[in-house]
Ligand binder design. Structure first.
Ligand code: CIR
Length: 249
């Protein structure tokens, strides 16, 4: 069974962190409707939803991906790079304890789940404005014990590693070559359309590839996809991977 951990869009989302995106008003009701459609698409893809309690006082709390990294053997609770986001992790840790042993990144390490891309036994960790070398080192310490190979990669121009590259099939990634070197990947590589730099953040849920309706040119390069409108959460600099943590039980 594939579980999708999610959390409702908080009423405070207009106070979210922003790095590469200019602030524009987010319609909370519209964002919640889009988020509900995203959850429905995950269910349609075969996921069982587990919704965390809403956290209206934490503006970025809908972006649960950043709070933990879950592999088959373990859950690693992060220490998010943005101080405003650190209180998000305790409820995520509590939910994960039902399914995994849970360990945590500790100060002075910082790590956002959006910087962690798993491709089989290889785990890429983006060194970004949010994830530091110490956070990556601690994560490697936890995961290498289970045989994973952890590779760090510098992220520039994008908020997170997974803004620049995500997995689209077992053996293929989608990436923006302006932000990440395609030579890092020894699998099939598909590039985003040059007019759609933010299109690389797609979510593979089981056999279903969830993509944003905002990027038709890139989506046309991917074969069969399921599209969802994620335009309101994009104003908060969030993409499709950010709004869930997927793991098998
Ligand atoms: C932030 O800046 O932390 C949020 N506004 C967006 C986080 C998006 N998360 C992700 O890409 N994993």
């Amino acid at each position: 069974m594939l579980i999708a951990l999610t959390r409702e869009v908080p009423s405070s989302i207009n106070a979210c962190e922003l790095t590469h995106v200019a602030r524009t008003p987010i319609d909370v009701a519209a964002a919640r409707a889009q988020h509900a459609a995203y959850e429905a698409a995950l269910q349609e893809a075969g996921c069982t939803l587990r919704r965390l309690p809403a956290a209206d006082d934490l503006p970025d709390s809908v972006f649960v991906e950043d709070a933990a990294v879950v592999v088959d053997e373990l859950a690693v609770v992060t220490r998010p790079g943005a101080a405003s986001r650190r209180a998000e992790t305790s409820s995520v840790a509590e939910a994960l304890r039902a399914h995994r042993d849970v360990v945590a990144i500790e100060e002075p390490g910082t790590l956002d789940g959006g910087d962690v891309l798993q491709l089989g036994e290889t785990i890429f960790v983006g060194l970004s404005a949010r994830t530091n070398a110490e956070g990556a080192r601690q994560l490697a310490g936890f995961l290498e014990a289970y045989g994973y190979v952890v590779k760090t990669v510098a992220v520039e121009g994008a908020l997170h590693l997974k803004t620049a590259v995500t997995r689209v099939r077992r053996d293929a990634v989608l990436l923006n070559p302006q932000w990440i070197d395609r030579a890092l990947f020894d699998c099939d590589v598909i590039e985003v359309d040059p007019e759609e730099p933010f299109a690389a953040n797609v979510l593979l849920a089981g056999e279903t590839l969830l993509c944003s309706t905002a990027y038709p040119k890139t989506n046309a390069r991917l074969g069969a996809v399921t599209t969802v409108d994620a335009s309101e959460l994009a104003k908060a600099e969030g993409g499709l991977t950010c709004c869930s943590i997927l793991f098998s039980v």
